[in-house]
Design a protein around this ligand. Structure first.
Ligand SMILES: [Zn+2]
Length: 67
């Protein structure tokens, strides 16, 4: 996991502007999208990770397909 800036302002290191993000989300979101705008794309990335994990026999506790 990486530390990402929610609003993309890299000078704002306030705790409320920081969040954990995986490599794919952090790079795709960049400073182009806000955290709220990126939620739907993050969900797709999460589903892909879960699909890959399942193929390898891992079970992730948070299954996006169980919603
Ligand atoms: Zn992610």
């Amino acid at each position: 996991m990486e530390i990402d800036h929610k609003d993309g302002d890299k000078n704002n290191d306030d705790e409320g502007n920081l969040a954990h993000a995986c490599y794919a989300c952090n790079n795709a979101k960049s400073d182009v999208f806000t955290d709220v705008e990126f939620e739907r794309m993050g969900e797709v990335i999460r589903q892909i990770y879960h699909k890959r994990a399942k193929k390898k026999g891992f079970h992730l506790t948070e299954d996006p397909n169980s919603k």
